[in-house]
Design a binder for this molecule. Structure first.
Ligand SMILES: Nc1nc2c(ncn2[C@@H]2O[C@H](COP(=O)(O)OP(=O)(O)OP(=O)(O)O)[C@@H](O)[C@H]2O)c(=O)[nH]1
Ligand SMILES: [Mg+2]
Length: 266
């Protein structure tokens, strides 16, 4: 795999594990490559719902959720977010995320405006204590590995253990094998990703079906919108619980809509 070396952090102190996210330290920790004009934080706690609200970005929304991107450094978390938010790919020099950053995006989900506040975490070990503080407020987690990097795949179980320790029990969890465009450099077979997803152990209310799993590409955009839309649909359904609405099944949805998705139920 050809991967550019991770540059050293340009400094800035890393908050202690107990440091709660604040507007001030958010901007201090922001990824230098992904400034967030108009980014707006949600308060901690349950999803915001009820009457339409106007976010700081000028977007109206009915309900809002926090989604976190986690996984080893270099798996493509920032690129996945930028692809989803801006429809672009950050090619070139790899600038590792420092601390944590977030972007907002409002989706129209079956006539309802669902705002996702997506937290892009640093995969580097030295920032782990920073991300721990954010897990408990996350409604959903996208856990990524890189199909061209076996270590990132082998580390998924450790990430699941961490999720079990720090995230809410009912967090929505999805496993993504990223960089599927790099066919020549692939070292993790899709079936291995599927197998891992089926047998993964983590506290997730979707656990009984195994983890939802897809392969994605931040470079081409394959399955990127789908991953976030599926999460938004699942969260929206949980929060609204409209009695006459057909039950949304996340596994079935990604299997039906995804490209190259053939998995999920054990
Ligand atoms: N070919 C290919 N390269 C990708 C893809 N996604 C990310 N990359 C490349 O992988 C490298 C790392 O991407 P990032 O998104 O910065 O990785 P990260 O997971 O945010 O890393 P940390 O911030 O250190 O945790 C960059 O050089 C990207 O250009 C993808 O889907 N395909
Ligand atoms: Mg990053």
């Amino acid at each position: 795999m050809s991967r550019k070396k991770t540059p050293k952090s340009k400094g800035g102190s890393v908050p202690a594990a107990s440091t709660l996210p604040t507007a001030a330290n958010r901007s201090r920790l922001a990824h230098p490559r992904t400034p967030c004009p108009g980014s707006e934080a949600l308060p901690n706690g349950p999803p915001q719902s009820g009457r339409p609200s106007l976010g700081g970005t000028g977007d109206f929304y009915d309900v809002a959720f926090k989604v976190m991107l986690v996984g080893d450094s270099g798996v493509g978390k920032t690129c996945l977010l930028v692809r989803f938010k801006d429809g672009a790919f950050l090619a070139g020099t790899f600038i590792s995320t420092v601390g944590i950053d977030f972007r907002n995006k409002v989706l129209d989900v079956d006539g309802m405006k669902v705002k996702l506040q997506i937290w892009d975490t640093a995969g580097q070990e030295r920032f782990r204590s920073v991300t721990h503080a954010y897990y408990r407020d996350a409604h959903a987690l996208l856990l990524l590995y890189d199909i061209t990097n076996k270590d990132s795949f082998d580390n998924i179980q450790a990430w699941l253990t961490e999720i079990q320790e720090y995230a809410q029990r009912d967090v929505v969890l999805m496993l993504l094998g990223n960089k599927v465009d790099s066919t020549q450099e692939r070292v993790v077979k899709r079936e291995d990703g599927e197998k891992l997803a089926k047998h993964a152990t983590a506290s997730s209310s979707l656990q009984e079906y195994g983890l939802p799993f897809m392969e994605t590409s931040a470079k081409t955009g394959l399955n990127v919108d789908l991953a976030f839309t599926a999460i938004a649909k699942e969260l929206k359904q949980r929060s609204t619980k409209a009695p006459n609405e057909p039950h949304f099944r996340l596994h079935d949805y990604i299997k039906r809509e995804g490209q190259g998705v053939s998995c999920c139920r054990p």
